[in-house]
Design a protein around this ligand. Structure first.
Ligand code: HEM
Length: 325
């Protein structure tokens, strides 16, 4: 199936982006999927995400990350239940899981047991991408939620990449999921928005007062000591957050430009993309062409949101997105 192309800004709209070639079960995903049973589903999700964005733009970046994780785990479309949240890779790092539950409450009030948590997450991520300055993409719906979850699928199967991963490991995961090397590089440009907790890159700096590794962006880690938060905050962690780059609420190509021009990235895994001959050409390409990056990012995100979806009679529609199995 050919996925409807994402709309760019006015000028780009005249020349639509390359159409996404979606894989797996995406053929059954449709725009306005629940138009009869829940005509305002997309609007309810979009309004909620817009309100979050208006209050604090940076928080919506987390929907994009959650979509990435939800898509990579095999028994997907569960939206991070308790077991998965407790896994080493996800649990500590995924903030804002409650936002999906909040939206689900509104949808259950409007049309009970109709819209899956998986569709809600996908719609929310698409809206977030647009609000952050990316293209507007179709809200494809029709996913059902997984009934099984295993923390082991995150950590043991190594479906979720770790910040210290090599390019070999990243490419292996991409291929396993049916993505090209270019796809994974462009999707790593998701680190154009949002933040990382300093615990995930703290090994790259020597304490908070010491000298950082040469490739850690100094300007981004400066002041970490002052920002350190007490345990038990809403972020549930004592580590302060730092943005990946200087414009964390704008989906732009600064992540790639920083890599090329300053040879710096917050995560070692991102740094590795510059240094490997298989990934480096794409890093340079996206650093040199922001619109190309945005178009390809949107295209890959739509395809990712269609990966291994449960459809038809598989899975279920949950009443709540916070499962506790
Ligand atoms: C090699 C691959 C990747 C690794 C190792 C990785 C790792 C991480 C880590 C460690 C964080 C910080 C989490 C925290 O401290 O709370 C993060 C944040 C983030 N990641 Fe990735 N990631 C990868 C790929 C991706 C991809 C493909 C996307 C999207 C398509 C993505 C989107 C994001 C976003 C938007 C954030 C910011 C979340 C927020 O502000 O709450 N990442 N990632």
């Amino acid at each position: 199936m050919v996925v409807p192309s994402c709309k760019q800004d006015q000028s780009a709209e005249k020349k639509p982006m390359r159409r996404g070639i979606c894989k797996n079960n995406h053929t059954v995903l449709k725009e306005r999927y629940d138009r009869n049973r829940c005509p305002y589903a997309e609007k309810i999700v979009a309004d909620h995400v817009k309100a979050l964005f208006a209050n604090d733009p940076i928080v919506v970046a987390n929907f994009i990350r959650k979509l990435f994780h939800d898509c990579l785990v095999n028994t997907r479309r569960r939206v991070m239940d308790k077991v998965q949240k407790s896994s080493k890779t996800n649990g500590e790092l995924l903030q804002g899981v409650g936002y999906i539950d909040d939206i689900k409450v509104k949808l259950e009030a409007a049309c009970p047991l109709t819209v899956s948590c998986a569709d809600i997450l996908s719609f929310a991520a698409m809206e977030a991408m647009t609000l952050l300055g990316g293209p507007r993409c179709p809200y494809l719906g029709g996913r059902r939620d997984g009934m099984v979850s295993l923390a082991s699928q995150v950590d043991i199967d190594r479906n979720i990449p770790l910040p210290e991963w090599t390019v070999d490991q990243i490419i292996q995961l991409s291929h396993k999921k049916g993505f090209s090397v270019e796809d994974m590089v462009v999707l790593s440009g998701g680190h154009s928005v949002g933040v990382a907790h300093s615990s995930v890159f703290k090994d790259r700096i020597v304490g908070y007062g010491g000298s950082p590794e040469p490739n850690v962006p100094n300007q981004l880690v400066t002041g970490l000591a002052m920002k350190r938060k007490p345990p038990g905050t809403t972020e549930a962690r004592a580590y302060p957050t730092v943005s990946f780059e200087e414009t964390p609420t704008v989906l732009d190509n600064m992540f790639f430009r920083n890599l090329v021009e300053q040879k710096k990235a917050l995560l070692a895994s991102d740094q590795n993309l510059l240094n490997d001959p298989r990934t480096s050409p794409y890093v340079h390409q996206f650093a040199g062409d922001e619109q190309l990056f945005k178009n390809k990012f949107a295209d890959a995100l739509v395809r990712m949101s269609s990966l291994d979806v449960l459809i038809g009679k598989s899975g279920e529609i949950r009443r709540t997105c916070k499962l506790t199995n």
